[in-house]
Design a protein around this ligand. Structure first.
Ligand code: F0G
Length: 363
């Protein structure tokens, strides 16, 4: 039988805690492609790869941490889980809870999550509450709920989430044979930058290389990008009313704030902001010139390296990996607008080859 990827717990069993392995709940997450992006290399003067996390079972990187969080909960006999979410965590929690036979409650900011994600959480049978507040309010409520009632919290403040998500860094090193020079991510609640940094540090500490034949000779500089209207780490204080079209990272008070700053500082990296315009421009370059369709938040990292390259701050020839965190189909509406916001509607034609050739401008 052809080899099939077995999910991150089985593939990286020796580097994950024993308690997530007693009752493994997996949907085959991880093993996502590391795609060379020649157009981004050309634009930045670096060698750019994309870690395409939209290829996970529910379409985002959250599945890596949800397999570990739900497996740990299942191992303890938990019956119910809760999360606050800007959308992707809820989609992932709902799917893995269903696979585990658990009930799942999700708290999302009212009107501020993409339709694809809302549909996923509902399709997988979660009880979804739209909270009159932003993500930060939802997370406070979810934490309190888990303290007082018999439900387990599966946000990234749950340490099992970070353990699962660190496998993203493992896969990058195992694919490249070594760590990249720079790793770039969008930053929202700051769990993923924390997780990648942990993964890179663990791999760099191995004396004889990884079980997959790679040797991490160094750790990369961690570059994080927040949306300008939701950039508390850049501002140095919480943002009470975060605003950005990149709803996945519309977060004003990240739970892993201190860990993200540590990853930035110890790695010699940076955390900066990109505007919604820069995010949408990067989103368009990714879809129309690279061939990778992502949701807006996922384009923040690409927007970041393009802005820094323009400012002469990307060292020539460096090897850069950008994690593009979620699939474009989650929030497809952004593809149907031009750069100046005009709606794009397909041309209608008769079912006639001459009319079609004419419409295509063929002679
Ligand atoms: N990109 C996407 C597509 C996300 O959904 C998120 C976070 C991030 C980036 C930021 O990652 O929070 O680890 O810094 N989404 C969370 C959610 C908050 O509820 O789905 P982070």
């Amino acid at each position: 039988m052809a080899h099939q990827w077995r999910g991150v717990i089985a593939e990286y069993a020796e580097r994950l805690p024993a308690h997530v392995q007693e009752r493994v709940i997996t949907l085959g997450e991880g093993g996502t492609p590391l795609v060379p992006a020649p157009e981004l290399s050309r634009l930045t003067g670096a060698e750019v790869f994309l870690k395409v996390e939209g290829m996970n079972p529910t379409g985002s990187f959250k599945d890596r941490g949800m397999t570990t969080a739900i497996s740990a909960a299942a191992g303890r006999g938990a019956r119910a889980v809760v999360c606050a979410s800007t959308g992707n965590t809820s989609a992932s929690a709902a799917a893995y809870a269903t696979a585990a036979g658990m009930v799942c409650a999700v708290l999302v900011p009212d009107g501020k999550i993409a339709m694809g994600k809302l549909s996923q959480a509902i399709a997988h049978g979660a009880t979804l509450l739209q909270v009159d507040g932003n993500f930060d309010d939802c997370l406070v409520a979810a934490r309190k709920l888990a303290e007082s009632y018999p439900v387990e919290l599966v946000n990234s403040v749950n340490p099992d989430r970070i353990e699962g998500q660190k496998t993203g860094a493992f896969e990058v090193v195992d694919a490249l044979g070594d760590a990249p020079d720079i790793h770039v991510l969008p930053v929202g609640n700051a769990g993923n930058i924390t997780a990648y940094w942990r993964g890179y540090r663990e791999y760099a500490g191995l004396d004889h290389g990884t079980d997959h034949g790679a040797v991490a000779t160094h750790t990369p500089a961690m570059w994080g990008f927040q949306a300008a209207g939701a950039a508390p780490i850049v501002a140095g204080h919480p943002i009470t009313e975060p605003e950005t079209i990149a709803t996945a990272i519309r977060i004003g008070n990240p739970a892993s704030w201190a860990q993200a700053e540590r990853a930035r500082d110890v790695s010699g990296g940076l955390i900066e902001a990109v505007t919604d315009q820069q995010i949408l421009a990067a989103h368009r370059i990714l879809s129309s010139r690279v061939g990778v369709f992502v949701e807006p938040a996922s384009a923040a990292g690409v927007a970041g390296i393009l802005a820094l390259a323009e400012a002469g701050r990307v060292p020539a020839g460096t090897r850069i990996v950008v994690t593009v965190t979620g699939h474009g189909l989650k929030d497809p509406q952004w593809a149907l607008r031009t750069a100046d916001g005009a709606e794009i509607t397909p041309v209608r034609v008769q079912a006639d080859v001459l009319a079609i050739a004419d419409a295509l401008g063929l002679d």
